[in-house]
Design a protein around this ligand. Structure first.
Ligand code: CDP
Length: 246
């Protein structure tokens, strides 16, 4: 692990990687990268690299696990062994089980499970390269993979984290800021601003918490635009194919 930097924010208000306090790392989204999945997405966010795949809705086996009036959603967050500096131990860990659970719950307000009784929708989020903020990056990718799979949803979910370094709130923590910072607040929300995931590490005052929520809301709004743009691009190219067929 790198040594703790003396200062995280310089006299010009810029962070170690040159970003302003309210600036996100660049994000790119590619849709439909896996031919065997019903929906998929490859997302890069700074140095984070995430692959998300969605399978379903399909009949759930064993049958005793089925819900007769709706589909169940399963979400698996996994870090590849080679995704972090020290090799990540393969298989589920307390951390990945927790992240999988809160991430699945983050999609509860939008996935219209009632349309598919007795079915299952499986979401896999594989972290290929980690650099802080992987749970939020995975949620952003999963949201797109779900849309690509044609799962009926009331909208998209967008997620980002706000943290505190050198006593200042910053959007989208980098690895060093996450390691040595004073707080980390990952948030996911619907496009209407309903919060569906909120976790917090460290301490914030009431005022800081309020400001952090505002910053995260603005961050999610920017991510939503990137997500919508990526979907529009894919949808438009499909529209052309459809037009050429008729
Ligand atoms: O990734 P996220 O910020 O959602 O979760 P975290 O538990 O706060 O982890 C922060 C970062 O620590 C990860 O993004 C990884 O870069 C790193 N990490 C690691 O190096 N080894 C692990 N076993 C877990 C996390």
């Amino acid at each position: 692990m790198a040594n703790k930097p003396e200062k995280f924010i310089d006299e010009n208000g810029l962070r170690l990687d040159g970003r302003a306090v309210d600036e996100m790392r660049p994000m790119t989204i590619e849709i439909g990268v896996l031919s065997r999945a019903d929906g998929s997405c490859y997302l890069e966010w700074g140095k984070n690299k995430i692959l998300a795949a969605v399978y379903g809705p399909r009949e759930l086996h064993p049958r005793r696990m089925q819900k007769p009036d709706e589909a169940i959603v399963r979400y698996r967050y996994n870090m590849a062994a080679f995704s972090v500096e020290d090799r990540a131990r393969p298989g589920p860990s307390r951390r990945s089980i927790e992240i999988s659970k809160v991430s699945r719950d983050a999609f509860a307000p939008i996935i219209m499970t009632k349309y598919y009784p007795s079915a299952v929708i499986d979401v896999f989020a594989e972290v290929l390269q980690a650099d802080a903020g992987t749970r939020t990056a995975a949620i952003n990718a999963a949201s797109i993979a779900l849309a690509d799979a044609g799962i009926p949803m009331k909208g998209l979910i967008s997620a980002c984290a706000v943290g505190k370094v050198d006593g200042q709130l910053v959007l989208d923590l980098s690895k060093d800021e996450d390691n040595y910072g004073n707080a980390d607040l990952p948030i996911a929300m619907t496009q209407d601003g309903e919060i569906s995931l909120l976790q917090m590490d460290g301490n914030l005052t009431k005022e800081e918490f309020k400001k952090a929520l505002e910053m995260a809301t603005e961050g999610c709004r920017q991510i939503l635009e990137i997500q919508k743009e990526a979907l529009k691009k894919k949808f438009e190219s499909h529209e052309e194919v459809v037009k050429s067929l008729v």
